[in-house]
Write a protein that binds this ligand. Structure first.
Ligand SMILES: [Zn+2]
Length: 421
């Protein structure tokens, strides 16, 4: 028995839009029947919700997928992200430059560009101006509306202020109000949000952003307690996604996993301690252990990955360096497993390729150091997304729309508002 009109009742109908869009966004409701089952509503209600999302310009509904119906009857209506729908502007800053992308629902990158500066990106205002200008160019050429913007930075970001607390590798002052600076540069570049309003901007740590993206669109799907450890262009970061939400601590500064010490007599770290994962298992420490000197002009991370992947079989010094970093990484992971009890661990950046090079060694290093050997039972997997930081920055920007797609009503009301000039 269906209940006609239920989705158009303002309370119930609006409250189903967010859950429905979140399911479609995460690839969990590719058809109307899947949406019906996932929402636990009637087919008519699911159809009405899908029609509202379509009217908002967010999804397309194919009512005759696969053409003529076969002997098995009519296939369910197919639900897909509208390829001309709005996008989030995503940006990621790293010590060698920046990346900018337009990211649609479903974590789909519609357009992307990167600039390698070959050096520190400079003062935050000066570093973010070209980022915003590049975003404005991408938006103009795409003709798509922008819902909000997200910025991923190689620093812990304190909330609710949106300040970068530890931008060690981009040489910005501690406490830089990164979210507000980004918002100013976005406004200066002429980018506006739904209905011509000021574009809402978000900022987050780059590994946190990548972890959120992996949970929704990558190798972290369905993990209840997902731990992600990854190298950035410099240093190492960590993130924890619990029940689908980032664990960020009380003020945004939780999960500084890169500053877990794995060698009390190790290298001095910029945080003031010694032997942190950040300086003992990053790209530069790998180059050092392998006896290689980074060439200027190319990101050290890219060089380290190329050497690890390309010369592991032929060069014993590369194998020894990988083994040494793997042991230290295993020690750090064991400590984190002990504290966090994750059900899955994803490794990104250089760590992804340390795992690829010798998974048995890393597994053994974790098992040896984790309590009662329980760490051996936690799956260690590579990150699946090449642009997780960007996609995750876009997730932050999309989040208010995922929670209530009707906030876009004002932007879709006037005719032609989706076309930008
Ligand atoms: Zn440290």
């Amino acid at each position: 028995m269906h209940m006609p009109g239920i989705a158009t009742r303002p309370d119930r109908g609006r409250s189903l839009l967010g859950p429905a869009l979140s399911l479609i966004h995460a690839g969990r409701a590719p058809t109307r029947s899947a949406l019906t089952a996932a929402l636990g509503v009637t087919r008519a209600t699911a159809g009405a919700v899908a029609a509202e999302l379509q009217a908002l310009g967010l999804i397309g509904v194919d009512t005759a997928p696969g053409g003529a119906a076969g002997a098995l009857g009519r296939p369910s209506h197919r639900l897909m992200i509208d390829p001309d729908g709005p996008v989030a502007l995503a940006a990621q800053i790293h010590p060698d430059g920046f990346q900018v992308a337009l990211v649609g629902l479903g974590g789909q990158i519609a357009a992307q560009l990167s600039a390698e500066l070959g050096g520190a990106p400079g003062a935050p205002e000066r570093a973010l101006a070209p980022v915003a200008e590049a975003g404005a160019r991408l938006l103009r050429s795409s003709g798509r509306a922008c819902v909000a913007a997200g910025l991923a930075v190689p620093s812990a970001v304190a909330e609710p202020e949106g300040t970068a607390v530890s931008p060690l590798y981009v040489d910005w002052p501690t406490g830089t109000p990164i979210r507000d600076i980004f918002a100013r540069q976005v406004a200066r570049a002429g980018i506006t949000g739904p209905g011509g309003a000021a574009l809402r901007c978000w900022a987050a740590n780059d590994i946190n952003a990548a972890a959120l993206a992996e949970h929704r669109h990558g190798a972290g799907r369905d993990a209840g307690h997902l731990l992600v450890i990854a190298t950035g262009h410099r240093g190492v970061g960590g993130a924890l996604v619990v029940g689908g939400a980032l664990y960020t601590g009380s003020t945004g500064l939780g999960m500084e996993a890169g500053h877990v010490s794995v060698d009390p007599a190790g290298r001095p770290c910029r945080c003031g301690s010694r032997g942190c994962l950040d300086v003992e298992t990053d790209a530069l420490s790998f180059m050092d252990a392998a006896g290689r000197v980074p060439s200027p002009g190319t990101a050290v991370l890219a060089q380290a990955i190329a050497i690890l992947r390309g010369e592991y079989a032929a060069d014993p010094a590369v194998r020894a360096a990988a083994a040494s970093l793997t042991e230290r990484l295993g020690l750090g992971l064991a400590g984190l497993i002990n504290v966090l009890n994750p059900d899955r661990i994803l490794l990104g950046g250089l760590h992804r390729y340390l795992l690829e090079a010798d998974p048995a060694r890393l597994g053994a290093a974790v098992a040896k150091r984790s309590p009662w050997g329980r760490g051996a039972a936690v799956p260690l997997l590579p990150c699946a997304l090449d642009d997780g930081g960007l996609i995750g920055a876009a997730e932050l920007a999309w989040q208010p729309v995922l929670e209530d797609p009707a906030i876009l009503v004002s932007s879709t009301a006037p005719a032609g508002s989706r076309a930008r000039s």
